[in-house]
Every structure is written in structure tokens, then in C-alpha cells.
Design a protein around this ligand. Structure first.
Ligand code: HEM
Length: 565
């Protein structure tokens, strides 16, 4: 049987015999011809002679492997990624599926390239292009945005989000985006976010941490951040106060169901599509868990929605995201009023906001606290900046009362914090809460680094790798250095934005970016100024395979009340 291997190229290259190959080239390796070349196998190459495989001592000659490829590894392109005949680069992908982001960094570093292909088994359509090239990312997300929609595969993977803004494309997305953007940038909404954040910090977060410090026990700060984030989101989106961060750490069935669903969705990312679709059809394994969790989530949200409608009908005055959407859907002059299946849309959109806002903030805060706990110079500068704010505002601008412990920072206090803002950007650069973004091309296209993309190819934008490439962020790219965001005149440098993608760029930029900074600053200021956070000795920090960048073992910390600043 004639065996032909094929390979695809990430960047222009020169083969050992001098042939120049460029991206887009399909390289056909003729194993059939190799066995018939006298200069490879000698003049008797066409003879059937098993003896050529046996040495004088009667053992098999293993050196011949170097010219015998049919069953063997074809190419060891780098230490981090292997290409195998028949199965392509898939074994490397499977081996690293639980640490994809770290693996991508290793491959980029060892290949010295900013894009590489992952080839699926021979004759399969499975192919990925992984890239961390800032110009490729800008091209896909912004310059040629229309050629890279979310697509049907994305929608299939995230089917739990139905018609939510994350999942839709084209005109429908434009309409949802326009409405959501107007809502998120309205003064009422921003005021609601900062007042809710303050309320949850003051009434739940600080009392909870004060309790932990008195008990002298350790606590998982990732869980605390997740509870804070859930509580704020559930308040802002649904107008509900769940007390999820009270001292008893109560369970919440919506939070649990959303976690279960997200964990199951992750498996759809790292398994071949036909496989998870088969499991979905058979309703088994993780797919069974997802179906159950999805049903629970939908049922809870439908209850919230019908309760809210009753409240509005009864004249209860509430301001939250859900109320705004319900009113707009009933108002003929609103752009969303023409949408079909209004109740399903409401449910899917609110769930999307909840998921979009909860895990990203949790991840952003947790990695930030860990980095600061390891870098005391950064902690000192943040505290100095906060101390300066307090010294210039003796009384609390929002309540008018004189300040005392616990120190709470309101939206006015947090506005001009340059160093804290820089430190948050720096942490998001190293640990972007969404480390990978998936795209696919409608039409064949060429990316700025020369990589060719064709319909059907999955494109993985590795935001995590962008922050870790010395050629993008300099030799000190792995250091946590907020100073790189501050100009000599003390102002924030906005120039790095062309290589800073944690919030996406282009038309689908995160609409929650500004409120994310508001939330994260209010938590960080309250936690660091009132408490000393110390990671428990011996606690192992590593990332967990998840859609968001979470810590596998959480972040176990000891909390001590800060007496003097
Ligand atoms: C540190 C915090 C956050 C980060 C790093 C972040 C990051 C992102 C990223 C990367 C995307 C693009 C996703 C994609 O294209 O598939 C996105 C979209 C989005 N984000 Fe955020 N996000 C954060 C917080 C929030 C918050 C608090 C909300 C509000 C509830 C929010 C709402 C959204 C929405 C609605 C979209 C979809 C936009 C669209 O498709 O047009 N995000 N976010």
C-alpha cells in the first residue's frame, strides 16, 4: 500500500535540500517512492529482501528506522509538539488537553513561531491553527471581523446559552449588542454596579473576612471571590439579594447548576465533536450531567423572570437588568421589541450576562491576589496609593460619615487610582480570565503572518501566550511589573492595548470591561487595606482545565486584620 503523509506549515521555511516552502503549501510526503530510491536503499531496492533488516549477529537492524517512516513518528518538530503519521499532532493535543494554555506557550517558544497548526488524523477534517501573533488577532477580531463569526460549531458547544449575545452572529447580534451596549453604558446601570459592589463589600465580604481572621482558620480566596462575583451579578442582573457570602457560606442551587454545566461544556472543547455529540445523543457521561444542569438553570431563571414580571405588574419599583429588558421587550419603539420568542431570549440573555460576569471577575481577582501576595513591593505601592486617597478625603463622600475601620472605598475614591489600575492590567496580561478565544473563517483568508485559514479550520487565539512572549512584551514578560503600564509623567500608558486582549478587541469587545474594573478595584481596595493576605505555606497554585482560567486547588490563604497601615 502506498503511504503518503502530509503536513502544513505555520511560517515560510527551508527544507534541508534547499526547497523553499511557504504557508498554504500542502506538502505531500511520498513513502512509496522512498522505498524505491537506490540512493536511499541501494541498488537492490526493488528486490524483496527481508535479510536487509537482519544484522550479522541475527538481531534486527534498528538504524534503518531513520529511512523507514510508515509506522513511525514522522517529524519531531519541537520538543513540545510531535507530528505522527495517520494521527497528526492529535496525540500531543490529547496529552496536553488539561494544560492547553501552558502547552501553547511551550510550543510557540520551542518553535520560535507565533502560529502553528494542529493536524487531526489523516483524511479527517480536524485541523486547528493556534496563534498568538498580535497582528493576526487584530486582523481576526477587528480588521476582517466579518470573515470570522462565532459560527455554528461555537453555538453547538455553548448550546446552553441559546440565543444569548455570546452565541449569535450577523444582524441578530448587532441588535442585541446595540441594546446591551446602551444598557451597560447608561449612568443608571453604572451607578447600580458601583452601589451594589459597595453594598456587597461592606455587608458581606468584609464581615466574612473579619470573621475568618478572628477564627484564625484558612480560607479559599477563589471561592470567596466567586461568591462575591455571583452575589453582585445576581443583584445587578435579577435584582435579587442571596447573601451568598454570609458567614455560613450557604449553598445556592443556581450557582451549583451553572458550575456543573460549565464543567461539562469544557469537555466539549477537548473532545472531538463527533464524540461529544454521540454522548449527547446517548445522554451519557458529561453530556448527561450537562443536560441535567441546563434543565435546572433554565427552570430557575424562568421562575426569576415570571416573579419579576409579577413584581412589575404589581407596581414594584426595581431597577436591574432584567426589569429593563422586560420593559423594552414590551415597548414597541425599542429595537429588541421585534425579537421572536421573547421569554426564551430573556432567559438566554440574562444567563449569558451571569456567566460572562461571574467567572471572569473571579478569575481576574484570584490571580491578582496571588501575584500581589508574592510581590510585596507592589502591595506596598497599592497601599500607599489607597492611603493617599483616604488622607485627601477625610469623610466618606457617599455616606458623609467620618472614616474608620473597616475602610470602604466608594466609586469616587476609586476613580483616579493609577497604580491599582496598572496592577490589574498587568495581572490580566499574565492571567487573562478567558485564555483562549475560538474562531473560524467563512472564506479562505491569509493572516498577517502568512498563515492560511480555510473554512472548517478552528482558529484558537491564545491570549495567554500573547502575555508570555518576550518578542511582544520584552525579556521581562514573565515578571509582574505594573510599572510597565505607567508613563514617566505618571499617567497610564494606553499604547500596550494593541497587544492586550483579555477583553477582546474590535466589534465584539467585552461590554463589561469598565464595570469589571469598578468591581475588581472595590474588592482589592477593601481586602488589601483592611487585611493582610498570606498564601498558606506549601499551597500549590496551578491552573485548572476550564473555559475560564481558574486555580485547580483554589487559593488557600490566611487572613489577618491590618491594624496600622
Ligand atoms: C475581568 C473581567 C472580564 C473579562 C476578562 C472579560 C472578557 C471578555 C471577552 C474575552 C469577551 C469576548 C468573548 C468572545 O468573543 O467569545 C467578552 C465578551 C463579553 N463580555 Fe466580558 N469579560 C469580563 C467581564 C464581564 C462582565 C462583568 C460582564 C457583564 C456582565 C461581561 C459581559 C460580556 C458580554 C455580554 C460579552 C459579549 C459581547 C459580544 O459578543 O458582543 N464581561 N468578555
Amino acid at each position: 500500500m502506498a503511504l503518503n503523509g502530509h503536513g502544513f506549515l505555520a511560517m515560510k521555511d527551508q527544507l534541508p535540500d534547499g526547497s523553499i516552502i511557504t504557508p498554504g503549501f500542502e506538502i505531500v510526503l511520498s513513502f512509496y517512492s522512498m522505498g524505491r530510491m537506490p540512493w536511499i536503499w541501494s541498488e537492490d531496492c526493488l528486490e524483496f529482501k527481508p535479510e536487509r533488516w537482519i544484522a550479522e549477529n541475527g538481531k534486527l537492524i534498528t538504524e534503518l528506522i531513520s529511512k523507514f517512516f510508515p509506522f513511525n513518528m514522522l517529524k519531531n518538530a519541537s520538543k513540545a509538539v510531535n507530528y505522527w503519521i495517520f494521527v497528526g499532532t492529535i496525540p500531543s493535543l490529547i496529552l496536553n488537553s488539561k494544560r492547553l494554555s501552558e502547552w501553547f506557550v511551550e510550543v510557540f517558544s520551542s518553535l520560535g513561531k507565533s502560529s502553528f497548526y494542529i493536524d487531526g488524523p489523516m483524511f479527517s477534517n480536524l485541523r486547528y491553527l493556534v496563534t498568538c501573533h498580535p497582528q493576526n488577532i487584530e486582523y481576526i477580531l477587528k480588521t476582517n471581523f466579518n470573515n470570522f463569526p462565532k459560527g455554528e460549531d461555537f453555538r453547538d458547544v455553548f448550546d446552553i446559552l441559546g440565543d444569548g449575545i455570546f452565541n449569535v452572529d450577523s444582524d441578530r447580534w448587532k441588535m442585541q449588542r446595540k441594546f446591551a451596549h446602551a444598557e451597560f453604558s447608561s449612568r443608571e446601570f453604572r451607578t447600580l454596579v458601583s452601589s451594589t459592589s459597595r453594598k456587597v463589600v461592606e455587608e458581606q465580604l468584609v464581615p466574612f473576612l473579619a470573621h475568618v481572621s478572628e477564627e484564625g482558620s484558612s480560607v479559599d480566596l477563589q471561592d470567596v471571590c466567586s461568591r462575591f462575583s455571583f452575589e453582585v451579578n445576581i443583584n445587578v442582573i435579577f435584582g435579587r439579594y442571596e447573601n451568598y457570602l454570609s458567614i455560613e457560606l450557604p449553598s445556592n442551587e443556581l450557582a451549583v447548576a451553572v458550575d456543573d454545566a460549565q464543567e461539562a461544556i469544557l469537555y466539549r472543547h477537548i473532545r472531538p465533536m463527533f464524540f461529544w455529540k454521540l454522548l449527547r445523543m446517548l445522554e451519557t457521561g458529561k453530556e448527561r450531567k450537562l443536560k441535567k444542569a441546563g434543565k435546572k438553570v433554565r427552570q430557575i431563571l424562568e421562575d426569576y423572570i415570571s416573579q419579576k414580571k409579577k413584581d412589575l405588574l404589581g407596581g414594584v419599583k426595581t431597577y436591574d437588568c432584567l426589569s429593563t429588558y422586560i420593559k423594552a421587550l414590551q415597548d414597541n419603539t425599542s429595537i429588541v421589541s421585534s425579537l421572536p420568542n421573547k421569554d426564551i431570549f430573556l432567559r438566554d440573555e440574562m444567563l449569558t450576562f451571569l456567566i460572562a460576569g461571574r467567572d471572569t471577575i473571579t478569575s481576574g481577582l484570584t490571580w491578582f491576589f496571588w501575584l500581589v501576595s508574592k510581590t510585596s513591593a507592589v502591595e506596598t505601592k497599592i497601599l500607599e496609593e489607597l492611603k493617599f486617597v483616604l488622607s485627601t478625603n477625610n469623610s466618606d463622600k457617599e455616606t458623609g460619615s467620618t472614616r474608620k475601620w473597616p475602610w470602604i472605598f466608594g466609586s469616587e475614591d476609586l476613580k483616579g487610582l493609577v497604580y491599582l489600575h496598572a496592577a490589574l492590567c498587568e495581572s490580566l496580561r499574565l492571567y487573562p480570565p478567558l485564555p483562549i478565544n475560538r474562531k473560524s473563517a467563512v472564506k479562505k483568508d491569509q493572516l498577517p503572518d502568512g498563515s492560511t485559514v480555510t473554512p472548517g479550520l478552528e482558529i484558537l487565539l491564545s491570549f495567554y501566550s500573547v502575555g508570555r512572549m518576550p518578542w511582544i512584551w520584552g525579556e521581562d514578560c514573565l515578571e509582574f511589573k505594573p510599572e510597565r503600564w505607567i508613563a514617566e509623567n505618571g499617567k497610564l500608558i494606553i499604547e500596550p492595548l494593541y497587544k492586550f486582549f483579555p477583553f477582546n478587541i474590535g466589534p465584539r469587545t467585552c461590554i463589561g470591561k469598565d464595570i469589571s474594573f469598578t468591581l475588581m478595584k472595590s474588592v482589592v481596595a477593601a481586602v488589601l487595606f483592611n487585611f493582610h493576605v498570606e498564601v498558606v505555606k506549601g499551597h500549590h497554585v496551578c491552573s485548572k482545565p476550564f473555559i475560564n482560567l481558574h486555580m485547580k486547588n483554589g487559593l488557600k490563604v490566611n487572613i489577618k486584620k491590618r491594624i496600622t497601615i
